[in-house]
Design a protein around this ligand. Sequence first.
Ligand SMILES: [Zn+2]
Length: 103
Amino acid sequence: MTNIRVFECCQCERQFAQKKWVCPNCKNAEFKLTEVNGKGKVFSSTRIHVTSQEFAHLTPYTVALVELPNGLRVTGRISEPVEINDKVTCISNEKNTYIFSKN
Ligand SMILES: [Zn+2]
């Protein structure tokens, strides 16, 4: 399993998938990079059949928005079709894209 990198507010410890300039919760501007468990569930998904040449060898694949247990949502790629609420695990990170697999 591969962990997901998240940004955590140094003051209130709230976590974000993307780095923020200031924490929307406490207005603090200091964040630290941390990692969370790569298990989550599918929030939404899109099956991709046609894509740019760079990704053509991967088609068909699924791009999914995966909701992690802490409520964060990250985008990832899954080779198989998935349904909403399917449980998925992050298995690798290729060129800054998280690759998930159905549990
Ligand atoms: Zn904060």
